[in-house]
Design a protein around this ligand. Structure first.
Ligand code: CA
Length: 231
């Protein structure tokens, strides 16, 4: 008999091959109890009924698209804390997936490496458990209050995803110092290996957009990474 599974993962995907591949690899990794749904509506129902620790959600699903499922889950206080990893075959959707409107925690593009998916799931689950500093920080017009998960620009509240928030906080904590992309991936995303540093670029771009004019404080250091300007 298998060891007692510690984390419950719901896989919402209509392609049987993909479900089988994920199931096989997650079983091999160990420590997960799996549940599956093959369309968006069933996925939403199961997510609510089972309240899993993690959801792998395909973008293209029968009955209800993955982004819609994600949006509903992330706007419901009962399910919004559940991390969502989106599977997508369409690179052009990535910006929207990681954006505030759908609130997914991460994504992978098909065809994906199952090993990478397992690593990402572990990283996201670890990130959720990590203890975080509660000190208030400010830089120019930007202030963040980690305890309340609040970001303000000139006193006006800005909505950030949890990743954008963590990215901003990390940059603010190390103001003036260049943060390399792979280091950010490691510390903000929790990835042990360098998977895809473009992920960092995508999130930085979104973060800048949301900060508006104040976003200029996040500087690109070509060939290295990012830095929060000193003044
Ligand atoms: Ca699909």
């Amino acid at each position: 008999m298998d060891a007692v599974p510690s984390k419950r993962i719901l896989i919402v995907e209509d392609e049987k091959d993909v479900v089988d591949l994920l199931t096989l690899n997650l079983r091999k990794a160990g420590g997960f109890a799996l549940s599956t749904a093959s369309d968006g509506t069933a996925g939403l129902t199961k997510a609510r009924a089972e309240s899993p620790d993690f959801i792998i959600l395909d973008l293209m699903l029968p009955k209800m698209p993955g982004l819609e499922v994600c949006k509903i889950l992330k706007s419901d206080p009962a399910t919004r804390h559940i991390p969502v990893l989106m599977l997508t075959a369409r690179a052009e959707e990535i910006d929207r997936i990681v954006g505030l409107e759908f609130g997914a925690d991460d994504y992978v593009t098909k065809p994906f490496s199952p090993r990478e998916v397992v690593l990402r799931i572990k990283a996201i689950l670890r990130r959720g458990n990590a203890e975080e500093t509660q000190d208030r920080l400010s830089a120019g017009p930007i202030t963040i209050d980690p305890a309340r998960h609040e970001v303000r620009v000139n006193g006006k509240r800005i909505d950030l995803t949890s990743l954008e928030f963590k990215l901003l906080r990390t940059l603010m904590q190390r103001r003036g110092r260049v943060q390399e992309r792979d280091r950010l991936l490691n510390e903000v995303w929790g990835y042990e290996s360098m998977i895809d540093t473009r992920t960092v670029d995508t999130h930085v771009r979104r973060l800048r957009e949301k900060l508006g004019k104040a976003g200029d404080i996040v500087e690109t250091v070509r060939g290295f990474g990012y830095r929060l300007r000193e003044k």
